[in-house]
Unconditional design. Structure first.
Length: 206
C-alpha cells in the first residue's frame, strides 16, 4: 500500500509539471507568434508535452517510486560436521546404543561399537543454562508416538524417546533453536531413533 501511495504522488507531481510546462510554452509562443497564430502556438504546446513525457525526467521520477530493494536474507549458519572424531570414539563406549556429542551437535546409533545410523545433526539445550542437556550414561525408559504432547511444556514432541530424568528425550524439534534439555532431531531421524532404540538401550551424552 505504501508503494502505491508513493507512485500516485509521483504521478500527480509529474502531471502538474507537464501542465506547467505546457502553459509556459503556450504563453511564450503566443507572445512570439501573435494572436493570429494561436493554432501554431497550440502545436508548440503539444510538442512540448510530448517532449517532456518522453524525457528522462518522468522516467527518473517514476523509478524513484519503486519500493526499496529487499534486504538479503542472513546467510545460513555453517553446516555441522557429520564426521566422527577420535574424541567421539573415545567418549562413546561400545556398550552404548546411542551417543550424543553436545559440543559438535551430533548424535548417532551404533551396534557393538560400529556406527549403524548417522551421525546426524541435533540441537541440545543451551549449555550453561537451566535447560542444558544433562551429560552421563542413561537408559531408554519409554517411548511415545508421533502425536505426543509434552506434559511439561504442552508442545508437540513427535517420536519422543525418553532416556534421562526430567522428561529428557530424543524427539523431533528445531535444529536452530535450543531445546528445554531434550535432543532435537529432524522428523526422519526422530522416527528412526524411536524405531531402533528399545527400552533399556544405553544412551551416552558427553
Amino acid at each position: 500500500m505504501r508503494g502505491i501511495a508513493v507512485m500516485l504522488a509521483v504521478i500527480a507531481t509529474a502531471s502538474l509539471a507537464i501542465t506547467g510546462y505546457a502553459v509556459s510554452l503556450a504563453v511564450l509562443n503566443h507572445a512570439h507568434l501573435g494572436r493570429t497564430h494561436s493554432s501554431a502556438a497550440g502545436s508548440y504546446v503539444v510538442t512540448g508535452i510530448a517532449s517532456f513525457v518522453s524525457s528522462n525526467a518522468i522516467v527518473s521520477a517514476l523509478d524513484g517510486a519503486n519500493p526499496a530493494k529487499p534486504v538479503a536474507a542472513p546467510s545460513a549458519p555453517p553446516p555441522v560436521s557429520l564426521t566422527l572424531t577420535a574424541r567421539d570414539k573415545a567418549n562413546c563406549p561400545a556398550a552404548a546404543t546411542a551417543c550424543v556429542d553436545l559440543a559438535e551437535h551430533i548424535t548417532w546409533l551404533q551396534d557393538n561399537g560400529k556406527v549403524s545410523y548417522g551421525p546426524v545433526q541435533m540441537e541440545p539445550g543451551p549449555p550453561g543454562t537451566a535447560h542444558a542437556t544433562p551429560t552421563g550414561t542413561f537408559n531408554v525408559a519409554w517411548k511415545a508416538g508421533p502425536t505426543y504432547m509434552s506434559t511439561i511444556y504442552h508442545e508437540l514432541i513427535p517420536w519422543a524417546v525418553f532416556f534421562a530424568p526430567g522428561g529428557i528425550a530424543f524427539h523431533e524439534g528445531s535444529l536452530t533453536v535450543g531445546s528445554h534439555g531434550c535432543v532435537h532431531l529432524t522428523m526422519d531421524a526422530a522416527h528412526y531413533y524411536n524405531q531402533h532404540l528399545p527400552v533399556g538401550a544405553e544412551v551416552v551424552v558427553f
